[in-house]
Design a protein around this ligand. Structure first.
Ligand SMILES: Nc1ncnc2c1ncn2[C@@H]1O[C@H](COP(=O)(O)OP(=O)(O)O)[C@@H](O)[C@H]1O
Ligand SMILES: [Mg+2]
Length: 340
């Protein structure tokens, strides 16, 4: 994928209101595990641990991190597709986790999801037209004629031909299937779309097409994206702000330029060093930092920083205390004792 100045996000044409569209506060999700602790106490894996961030209108916030760091669980909890153990999600000024019935249905119509795998996320028995129609049936009160018109428009907006509405998912390529997933996500005219690794299952050439489509739709409809990826190149292409997750925690958060040019957390530095040289500043070292060791057991939460056992800069305090996410400059924050 090529990166050029004209490809970088530009939201100057989008109206930003001061209130964040999405506010995530101290979100925690835990899963009970089939293992009994001392004295038979039930044990939990904290997949998302005290995560907080804001998402402003028209903005794209990325969550990046290795597999298993809790990105998907964060997204699922925000969308109420898994239960949060603690924390608060405010969407459009409403306490989203507390909404019920009609209020929840109305709120859901405004927040939609694009899944990673266009091969398994579409019902194979439904024609493309029916896949896109589903959210219109379940979340809106449009008339049949309005739904038809909507579906026709959605297919055109995502670059699919009218006659393709009659086909089944297996008759499409991966990229085309993701276009169906995008049309479905757009159907209720949401303002927030959560994209969980939307291009990870696609060939590189197709990735760029889908990313460019997402950017165009964002521009045309003033969409706000929460954009999850393990691929820093993709995140750099798409995101205004980036949260770096490690073992359920945000370890660094900043705007794109600040985070890529001036990473603070040793984990972020290690991640960036694994990205091809094209993404680096001129004159920067291209030596790869390998991250020795394995992540610690996520069930027995360590007392200190979760990255301490793999961190080349680890100090005594790092295994004793939990570093807080603290401000470095502007909105750039890192959870590391070295920066505090
Ligand atoms: N339904 C579940 N039950 C138990 N553990 C889960 C479940 N879903 C995710 N996990 C665990 O939570 C952690 C975070 O997973 P996930 O959010 O999928 O990470 P990512 O999307 O960053 O790869 C992992 O250790 C994963 O094994
Ligand atoms: Mg995931």
């Amino acid at each position: 994928m090529s990166l050029s100045a004209e490809n970088t996000p530009d939201n100057s044409t989008i109206n930003h209101s001061t209130e964040p569209l999405l506010k995530v506060e101290n979100l925690t999700v835990r899963f009970s595990v089939n293992r009994k602790g001392l004295f038979g106490k039930k044990e939990y894996l904290y997949a998302v641990d005290d995560v907080s961030f804001d998402l402003n209108r028209g903005e794209t916030v990325g969550i990046v991190g290795e597999s298993g760091s809790g990105k998907t669980t964060t997204a699922l909890a925000i969308a109420r597709l898994v239960n949060a153990h603690a924390g608060k999600v405010t969407m459009h000024g409403e306490d989203f986790l507390a909404l019920e019935d009609e209020d929840l249905r109305r709120a859901r119509a405004r927040c939609q999801f694009i899944f990673q795998d266009p091969y398994s996320s579409l019902n194979p028995r439904l024609r493309a037209e029916a896949v896109v129609r589903e959210p219109l049936d379940s979340l809106t009160t449009l008339s049949e004629a309005e739904k038809r018109e909507s579906i026709d428009r959605l297919f055109a907006e995502v670059g699919l031909r009218h006659e393709q509405q009659r086909l089944f998912p297996h008759q499409f390529s991966g990229g085309q299937r993701q276009r169906i997933g995008i049309a479905r996500a757009l159907a209720t005219r949401p303002d927030l779309i959560i994209c969980d690794e939307p291009v990870s299952a696609l060939d590189v050439a197709v990735q760029a097409q889908i990313l460019n489509l997402l950017r165009k739709l964002q521009h045309d409809f003033g969409l706000t994206y929460l954009f999850i990826s393990h691929d820093l190149g993709v995140v750099q292409h798409m995101c205004d702000k980036i949260a770096v997750m490690y073992m359920g925690k945000i370890v660094e958060y900043g705007d794109r330029l600040s985070l890529f040019n001036n990473p603070q957390h040793p984990y972020t530095k290690a991640l960036l060093s694994a990205v091809p040289a094209v993404y680096r500043r001129r004159g920067e070292s291209t030596e790869r930092i390998s991250i020795p060791g394995d992540p610690p057991d996520q069930i027995t939460k360590p007392a200190g920083c979760r990255f301490a056992n793999r961190c080349p800069m680890s100090m005594d305090v790092c295994t004793e205390d939990q570093p807080e996410l603290t401000n470095i400059t502007g909105s750039h924050r890192a959870a590391c004792f070295l920066t505090q």
